[in-house]
Design a protein around this ligand. Structure first.
Ligand code: 9MG
Length: 277
């Protein structure tokens, strides 16, 4: 299976690693570390050297309680970094829900729009549909506000409801004229879910893969791993690697991670052992 994006057709016959570049003051793990453009540009280069198959660059923290930047603030944070990332030879994704930033990033050659709100903001779907070939990641979030999504999230059947949401968003995009080959789906681990909901999504991941589109998942350093292991974000590398491998073993095509080198090494062993494609 291939993922069609603006400049690259990504071969998903083996699992791919998406390296996270947060240009934010307040992300839960690396907030503030790459806020200066120079540091963020150097971080992009480092992740590519470590073997990242693609980069995901974002300027809005979705941590509950984080300050939402203005559209202009988000553009000013992301664009200088994204323009540099687009020279590094790997697909570049812009992590945003803002149509203005999507448009600017695509004009600057970005390959993918990664939207945690699955193009539900007015104008967002139109930006993607109006582009000839960009890739898109549609993610599930309960509601559309990270500030409140973790307030007692409830589902009758989390897997069925996430699946239905992703199917409906995919259908809306295809109705707007977007080739399904441009779309990957994402259950939104940690976005309006209890730890138990997230683990159900892991256990029953095959039901999401049955939708027929590649699956991207992000478990890296998230709090349900801390809940399980009793460790803070800084000490969640082993559990993040284990979660990435488990997701790949259950058929995920792309893992979104902070720790590219460690994940690439772990996947190399996993594949050599015959456990992953
Ligand atoms: C921006 N962001 C934070 N976590 C994420 C996840 O799990 N998936 C995607 N697509 N984006 C995410």
């Amino acid at each position: 299976m291939f993922w069609q994006t603006s400049r690259h057709s990504v071969d998903l016959s083996r699992p791919r690693v998406m390296g996270i570049v947060n240009v934010t003051p307040d992300s839960f793990f690396d907030g503030g570390r790459h806020l200066a453009s120079d540091a963020a540009r150097a971080h992009c280069e480092r992740l590519v050297q470590e073997g990242a198959d693609m980069l995901d660059i974002g300027g809005e923290s979705t941590r509950p309680g984080a300050h939402a930047p203005s559209v202009q603030e988000e553009i000013d944070r992301v664009m200088p970094v994204l323009e540099h990332a687009c020279t590094l030879g790997v697909p570049v994704s812009v992590d945003t829900s803002n149509p203005e930033l999507m448009r600017a990033a695509l004009n600057a050659q970005a390959d993918i729009v990664n939207d945690v709100r699955a193009l539900r903001r007015p104008g967002a779907l139109e930006v993607v549909a109006g582009h000839a070939s960009c890739g898109v990641c549609l993610m599930h979030m309960l509601g559309d506000d990270p500030a409140t999504m973790q307030q007692a999230p409830e589902y009758d059947d989390v897997v069925a409801q996430v699946r239905l949401f992703l199917q409906e968003r995919l259908d809306a995009l295809v109705r707007a004229g977007v080739d399904a080959a441009r779309v990957v789906l994402d259950p939104g681990i940690g976005f309006g879910k209890t730890p138990e909901h997230n683990w159900q999504l892991m256990h029953r991941q095959s039901e999401l893969i049955d939708l027929g589109r590649p699956l991207l998942v992000g478990w890296s350093r998230k709090s349900m791993l801390g809940r399980l292991t009793g460790r803070g974000p800084e000490a969640r590398l082993p559990s993040s690697i284990a979660a990435a491998l488990a997701a790949v073993q259950r058929g995920a095509h792309v893992v979104r991670v902070h720790d590219v080198a460690a994940t690439v090494d772990a996947l190399a062993v996993w594949r050599r052992a015959g456990l992953a494609p």
